[in-house]
Design a protein around this ligand. Structure first.
Ligand SMILES: Nc1ncnc2c1ncn2[C@@H]1O[C@H](COP(=O)(O)OP(=O)(O)OP(=O)(O)O)[C@@H](O)[C@H]1O
Ligand SMILES: [Mg+2]
Length: 303
């Protein structure tokens, strides 16, 4: 398979503090790749190393088949940093001109690209307003416009929708799918798991600087079976018996949610309830959401 991003043991230390440790990732070309992890996990650190804003402490990486910091490749990269804040005394058009120059987009091509990206992000007609008069959402769109200027082959978006309202988020999802349709690889850092679930092909989870899982979204969603049991007269023996069978489980009132990894465990769950003096009112198979996988992997729930 052809990879847009390949990293081997990529590591960044901030003094003695770990930013990323031994990160090995492979991002297939043309996919939307979701990079997920709790606050401080190392998502931005990885992206900053890949776009050349931070030097790795050790390890290697290739972007579009070339080692990091290749100038030819940099012209094919788009990047929207987190907490986007550009020169707010400029008009949006001036900002885009400035970034076009940085990318080496000159001559008649420059205005053509600027008009195209303004149209894509929905800021056409607003380009002569100063960035400081823009709302947070408009500023984020202006940042996205900068990232789209080079018509990138690979684009890194670090929390691209954090300031956007639901309609704005929908538009960004539409833009991401358009980019994918044109063959662009999208690397998306996001906390918004439902959003990632709607657009990503592959996801990776990072925790404390280490990758804890990388898989296709389809595989992640189907690899565990989620069961919901409504139980009467639940007691400690039942709870213990269920947690012996399940990979993980949690209880809310009289409803137990249990994750198992085999079909054979489903009747065992029922037996664990019935044989230990409780009553089973309902048992339903549910689709596991990305949010649940995230919580399970990052250890955020009490059993
Ligand atoms: N410039 C820095 N100097 C020292 N430590 C840093 C620096 N930047 C990040 N870190 C630390 O590195 C770790 C990873 O931070 P990073 O910003 O990459 O996380 P993140 O996953 O992007 O988090 P968030 O979801 O909050 O954006 C954290 O412990 C953070 O405190
Ligand atoms: Mg971050």
């Amino acid at each position: 398979m052809d990879f847009a991003i390949e990293t081997i043991n990529l590591t960044k230390k901030y003094g003695s503090k770990a930013g990323c440790t031994d990160v090995c990732l492979r991002v297939p070309r043309g996919q939307i790749f979701g990079f997920l992890g709790p606050n401080g996990a190392g998502k931005s650190t990885l992206v900053k190393m890949l776009v050349g804003l931070l030097y790795p402490t050790s390890g290697q990486a290739k972007l579009l088949g070339y080692p990091l910091n290749n100038i030819k490749i940099k012209k094919k990269l788009g990047f929207l940093p987190e907490n986007f804040r550009y020169h707010d005394w400029l008009t949006c058009h001036q900002l885009l001109e400035f970034h076009s120059k940085l990318y080496g987009i000159n001559g008649p091509e420059r205005n053509k690209r600027i008009s195209a990206v303004l149209e894509t992000v929905g800021l056409a007609g607003k380009e002569h307003q100063k960035i400081r008069t823009f709302s947070k959402g408009m500023q984020q769109r202006a940042g996205l416009a900068c990232a789209l200027l080079p018509d990138p082959e690979l684009i890194f978006l670090d929390e691209p929708t954090s300031a956007l309202d639901p309609l704005g988020r929908l538009e960004v999802r539409r833009i991401l799918l358009q980019l994918k349709a044109r063959g662009t690889t999208v690397f998306l850092n996001s906390h918004l798991l439902s959003e990632v679930e709607m657009v990503c092909d592959t996801v990776a989870f990072i925790k404390d600087g280490r990758i804890i899982r990388q898989d296709s979204l389809e595989h992640i969603q189907s690899s565990e079976i989620k069961m919901e049991l409504t139980i009467g007269k639940i007691n400690d023996t039942v709870k213990q018996a269920l947690s012996n069978i399940a990979l993980s489980s949690y209880i809310e009132g009289d409803i137990v949610t249990a994750f198992v990894n085999s079909e054979d465990d489903i009747p065992r769950l029922a037996e664990a309830v019935i044989n230990n003096g409780a009553q089973l009112y309902e048992m339903t198979r549910k689709r596991s959401s990305l949010e649940e996988t995230f919580i399970e992997l990052t250890g955020g729930v009490d059993n």
